[in-house]
Write a protein that binds this ligand. Structure first.
Ligand code: CU
Length: 145
């Protein structure tokens, strides 16, 4: 019986290791200068595990949280919602100004510089990852060193 239980515990460990394989760094959040009452979140995702996909993000600072990218429409850069963001095995994917980002629409809280906003990233395989994004001023391009 003890051996059986040990086997059951060991069988669970690889899942826990895989869950730790998403390294989230360099995150920050800023109010959007273009859309009133919205904010954008950025961070770097390093995937040490298998091919994965970021499929959603959750936070309690806005009514809606979407995954966005930027596209060029003639000379104008526009934001567009995307259903998911690919995070291939071994890749480092940067969500950054001008590129992919997490969009917070219809903010329910005022974002003050220096606040930390808990954001849950939902990956298809790695599951939910909680990250705290520090709030930066409008137009900030990178987190404070
Ligand atoms: Cu956006």
């Amino acid at each position: 019986m003890k051996k059986l239980m040990l086997a059951a515990i060991l069988a669970v460990i690889p899942v826990a290791v895989a869950a730790a394989d998403m390294e989230l760094s360099g995150g920050f959040l800023r109010a959007s200068p273009k859309i009133a009452n919205a904010g954008a979140g950025f961070l770097t995702i390093k995937n040490n595990g298998a091919d994965d996909t970021l499929i959603a993000a959750e936070a309690d600072i806005s009514k809606t949280v979407e995954l966005h990218t930027h596209i060029m429409d003639g000379d104008i850069m526009r934001m567009r919602q995307v259903p998911s963001i690919a995070v291939p095995a071994g890749a480092t994917v940067a969500l950054k100004p001008g590129g992919d980002h997490v969009m917070f629409i219809n903010l329910t809280k005022a974002l003050a510089e220096g606040d930390k906003v808990p954001v849950t990233l939902v990956f298809a395989k790695a599951g939910k990852k909680l990250v705290e994004l520090p709030v930066m001023g409008i137009g900030a391009m990178a987190p404070k060193p």
